[in-house]
Design a protein around this ligand. Structure first.
Ligand code: GLU
Length: 338
């Protein structure tokens, strides 16, 4: 495994409170970075304007600092050096323009209902468990021509004028499998064209989609190792396709298996209290949560309290469980102080 890297990031979305699963994934990221002597930046992924709140932003910083994590100031950023996506629209717009000039993207007016109807008309049923059906490429033929519309904005205007509909942008994805070596999940090869089809890089309101913002920021921030939850594993081949379309080098990826409830689902209220802020408010010491995260990351044989900084020297990614972790009674009893 490539042991060294230069920079990674913590990238919370301020759309809800951070829970135990986030704490564990962020701690693993932090231990890896501090051990490697790499830089670790904070990036607030607040592009979901309808759901991101200032309170959740503040609480995410507070929760992570309380757990003992620190981050490096990103050059040029004020205050604590945090990178905030809602202030970086110019970078996403520039990448979109570069993609248009390379003929790598096209404008699309298909709503979810349009896509569902097109899929229903075709022979291919959506795969079981798929979040959304594969985009059948209805707009791939070109609603706007580059010869007539030099810029993304000109193309959007032309399409809106012709159709009266809002526009999003989709990446033309290659027909073959996209392979990458994940430091935890191993070799992956996923055919994005079959899986998702040409996926959107923007939303109809013009906001950059997660895939675009993530790739543009990771590239510009010099991130050469991405560590995140394995719920994002299906996004990674899409991001690799986008790196390639932009002519950029993808980082290394390490997808940490999630913490889940006994029912196999992502952590939620019905699994009991798992929000970091609530443990903090209840007087549970941060070292107890960190100890739990270290134990559940395979770094300690038994549960004990430990400071985040105390584990840096001995952290070993090879010991991280390769399966998802089911939160059970033992975890809850320990976290409750038992
Ligand atoms: N903001 C995303 C999340 O909280 C993480 C994105 C990433 O690490 O690429 O799920």
């Amino acid at each position: 495994m490539p042991a060294s890297f230069q920079a990674t990031r913590l990238a919370p979305s301020p759309t809800g409170a951070l829970h135990l699963g986030h704490a564990r994934t962020f701690l693993v990221t932090w231990w890896l970075a501090r051990q490697a002597g790499a830089r670790i930046f904070m990036r607030m992924e607040d592009l979901d304007a309808g759901r991101a709140t200032a309170e959740a932003v503040r609480q995410a910083y507070d929760d992570l600092r309380w757990l003992g994590m620190t981050w490096d100031a990103y050059p040029g950023e004020a205050a604590g050096g945090e990178v905030v996506q809602s202030r970086r629209g110019h970078l996403y717009a520039a990448a979109l323009q570069a993609l248009w000039e390379r003929d790598a993207i096209y404008p699309c007016i298909c709503t979810r209902a349009d896509i569902a109807a097109a899929v229903a008309r075709s022979a291919s049923a959506p795969h079981e468990g798929e979040a959304s059906p594969r985009y059948p490429g209805s707009c791939a033929g070109g609603l706007a021509r580059r010869a007539e519309c030099a810029t993304v904005q000109a193309a959007e205007r032309a399409v809106r004028k012709r159709t009266g509909r809002a526009v999003c942008w989709r990446l033309r994805v290659p027909g073959e499998a996209i392979a990458f070596d994940d430091l935890i999940a191993g070799r992956q090869a996923i055919n994005v064209a079959e899986d998702a089809g040409d996926f959107p890089l923007t939303r109809f309101d013009g906001t950059p989609a997660y895939q675009l913002a993530c790739v543009v920021d990771d590239h510009h921030m010099g991130i050469d190792r991405v560590v995140r939850g394995d719920d994002l594993l299906p996004s990674t081949p899409r991001q690799v396709a986008l790196y390639r379309a932009l002519g950029w080098e993808p980082p290394q990826f390490a997808h940490v298996p999630l913490v889940i409830g006994a029912d196999g689902k992502r952590l939620a209220k019905r699994h009991g209290e798992s929000r970091i802020a609530q443990f903090r408010a209840a007087g549970v010491p941060a070292e107890r949560i960190v100890g739990w995260a270290a134990w559940r990351s395979g770094q300690m044989d038994s549960l004990r309290e430990i400071g985040a900084a105390d584990l840096v020297g001995g952290f070993d990614l090879a010991k991280l469980p390769r399966e998802r972790v089911v939160l059970g009674e033992r975890d809850m009893a320990w976290l409750a102080g038992g």
